[in-house]
Design a protein around this ligand. Sequence first.
Ligand SMILES: O=P(O)(O)OC[C@H]1O[C@](O)(CO)[C@@H](O)[C@@H]1O
Length: 497
Amino acid sequence: MTLRISLGNSSTLSGKTTDSEFTEGPTPRHSLLSGRFKQSFAYLSLRTRMPGIMQQIILRLLEEGPELEAKFGVEVHKEIHHVIDAIERLKLELNRDRQFLLFHGNEPDKAAWNAFLTELPRHKRTYFRACWLHSECYLYRRIHSFFESTRHLGDFDYFAHLKQDDLKISERAMHALATATRNLSKDFESFSKLMRINLWSNHYEIQLNAYVFQEDEQHSDLEVLTRVADLDRNLLVDDSTLVWNCLMKAKDRREIVVDFVCDNGGFEFFTDMLLMEYLVEHGMATQVRLHVKAIPWYISDVNSADIEWTINYLIGHSDELLSALGHRWARLMNAGKIVVAPKSHFWTGPQPYFVMVESDLELYKVLSGGSLAIFKGDLNYRKLMGDYIWDSTEEFITCLRGFRPCNICAMRTVKCEVVCGLPEGKSDDLLRSDPQWMISGNYGVIQYTDSLKCPCYQVGRLSGLSHLPSHHNFKLDDKESDQSQHKRTRPRHSRKT
Ligand SMILES: O=P(O)(O)OC[C@H]1O[C@](O)(CO)[C@@H](O)[C@@H]1O
């Protein structure tokens, strides 16, 4: 779901704004994405897309009403209307650029959220003035809290049908990919093709169906993979060799754990599983941990119920190959080769990943114990980059701002103005040939960097860390003390070292 607007050259602009100002222009370089830039995708998204999403949820609730009533009884009717009223009020708050409110219900992550909101500077606490990441995450979190406050609707996933439909319409693509990926050998060629299939599924799910799998055409296994790989002309950075090397280096270890920080359900998750299956089947990982969202998130993000649904859907599929695949994945999960990681609310928080070490040390330690963490999709990328407009040529390692608990890989199609690691001049060339390139999702990156082995980052020696060690050489613009918005908020309840 990508909206198209004309973006200025955010990679070369250096507009003059102060923190609280609205500007008519696009997002200037060295700024956090924000709705205060009126020609930005963030602005458009907050102005039109988010209200549309909220309206869709209301419609969904009305449609599902009879079914929910049959399940929970008539009293659910009142709850549905309570939630609808709350969503309508939230739409107004957004439209009027009101202040974020604290959470007062039984939300399990209430303390973390409230600590974060309280520490935001006042003028950064409204929908359009805040960093886009904060506003968007806050909106999705608020919506879910309306459901959580009811007796019956706390587990209702108002986006589930979309994820399920996406998988159902991808039948032909799944069949072709399942066929093409059986009996792949353990070599870089196969690995990197799987990586790329997985990358492009972050945007091309429906397009892949149409483009690769025409009904009247017969494809050999190899052809399918090759044609998917044709999309690689739009692959701007491909560090898959480094990812392969990282896994090869780990091959003599007794345990090779790969953390996969998932993005979308539906067809994208299907391709995630193809890659994960390949890793464990070839001993490139002794275990894969899937990190999923704890609540309905950004419409299509996968959660643990979606995973269960997907596997069962495949198992029960009339296509024998897909059914066998479902059984195989269920076996891998039952054997603990692929597991869903313990629930973490950090993934549905507003914070960028460089603050994880302080705001969720437990999760940081979990990732530190693994050999590789793969972050999938645009939102994960925004969080890795701090939702910040870096120079497009800036190195991936720099933009992570010290977040390297283990070896890190990001795989994402470009859907917003945050990008790094491009060759000199590339971004300007792209802008000339395709002004929408940064929001089209037509371009992708696979980026990698090694873990931070520096002793100053040893977990347990980090309390009170308020700045990064000088030898890491972060090239942040001074004016971007804006970054102080991404405070390393430690909620009152969080565990300390
Ligand atoms: O599913 P993905 O790849 O994380 O994409 C979600 C992204 O798409 C957007 O809607 C922008 O198009 C952002 O809100 C978000 O960064």
